[in-house]
Design a protein around this ligand. Sequence first.
Ligand code: SF4
Length: 519
Amino acid sequence: MKTLITTLNSQYIHSNLAVRYLYSAAAGDGRNVHLREFTINNEDSYIYGEILKGDYDMVAFSCYIWNVEKTIYLAENLKKAAPHMQILLGGPEVSHDALDLLMENRFVDYIIQGEGEQSLRKLLDVLETEDGSGEGLGTDEVHQKKGAELAGVDGLIYRFDGKVFINQAAEPAKMDMLSFPYRYIAPENDKILYYESSRGCPFNCAYCLSSLERRVRSLSMDRIFEDLRYFLLKEVKQVKFIDRTFNFDRKRALEIFKYLIENDNGVTNFHMEICADLIDNDTLQLLRTARKGLFQFEIGVQSTNREALFAVNRSADVVPVLDNICNVVALGNIEVHADLIAGLPFEDYDSFTHSFNNVYMTKAHKIHLGFLKLLKGTAIRKSAEKYGYAYRSKPPYEVISNSFISAKDLVRLHQVEHVLDLYYNRGGFEKTLYYFTTEVATSPFAFYEELADYYYLKGYQNASHKKEDLYRILDAFAVYKDRTAKGCGPYIHGLLEEDLRANMNPEAVKKFEKKGWEI
Ligand code: SF4
């Protein structure tokens, strides 16, 4: 039996950890298992053709909000072309309404709910021995045997004899029993590699699927060090820990930081999602000794509105969170990305403005302005009516409006997000942005809001711009601003020139000088 494990990543640069775990679990023991990754940007016909050419008996898709629609369409067409091909779906996007999904899509044969490694391996074992060879069984007996064995695959929902069956949930795997996901597959150096040293999260954020599994399981320290040694040896560019809260256990986090500092190869960057209020003095002192670029932290603030935080089950005490972002930024050797979510309950436009300004003041190196998604299975989706939520009916189920913020205000925040990404997050405009946000505009948010209004008024959003054009656009905005903030235009022109020379290579600067500032 020839099986393909596959997924559609959101971008080429991403690699998918789940399919590697599944492959590591299912390959070996003589099973004929293959792994192939596509992206959602690949043409439908290309992915369809590649899979069909492979003559697989089973195709297992890992499904997420960014790929589920395309995956289901693809699976339907594959089944039409090759009716013998068994279709298996798994992943977070199919785990919460698996039964409905199976009933609505007759071309789907199996869905695995929850963690897939053990269930997939057991399922393949059942399907591979279904012919009863060597046991002298008749066709009916083989069929019955298969039915009984499928019933023993925990976590599986499936069709058998025209009926749908739901098996009991699978027990979460013991972490050290999981194979190292890069065991059979060499890491590709042009991709970000993902690594998981723990599963589950002790917190309970109402919008997050990880909150559904409160028990946290970690690999043993020996196993973690062994795995990390591999990345260090391979001089991988960036390893992203996908642990939901890397420092849920301070002692464990401290030991891993220490190991990475002591064994630093001078090249690899490790990205972790950190709970800022769990950072203590010992951790800060240790982090101070790390090479610049060894660590990168992502810290979820989400909002600084206490009522909003309380409504989504997050700690309403944001002071230690903001303080610790400042503390880590002040170390000067760790890049910090801070996350905000627009569309939380009780957070209206003015309140979001306030949250944005508070986070901006921390000087986090990047600010990710995200929009609430009402994911299937989450508490916030169950409370949608209570807070007057309207949200998109298709993945990623993003908020349209709620009782506190209008649809138009959220569109405006999307525009702010766009210019924030182009200028603040992309970097290279530091002096200019500092002057704009501290001397010209009434607040950082007010600046990005005005810049977004100008950017969209001029229609710049309709084209993609090279970085040098972004300098020109900001210069044009300064000239425009000069009408109301008299005298700022020429000064900002000078700052932009300094930023440009400091951030672009001499050749690009020469080209820029030749073309001039006119956009
Ligand atoms: S948002 Fe983060 S902290 Fe909250 S439950 Fe999810 S993973 Fe845990």
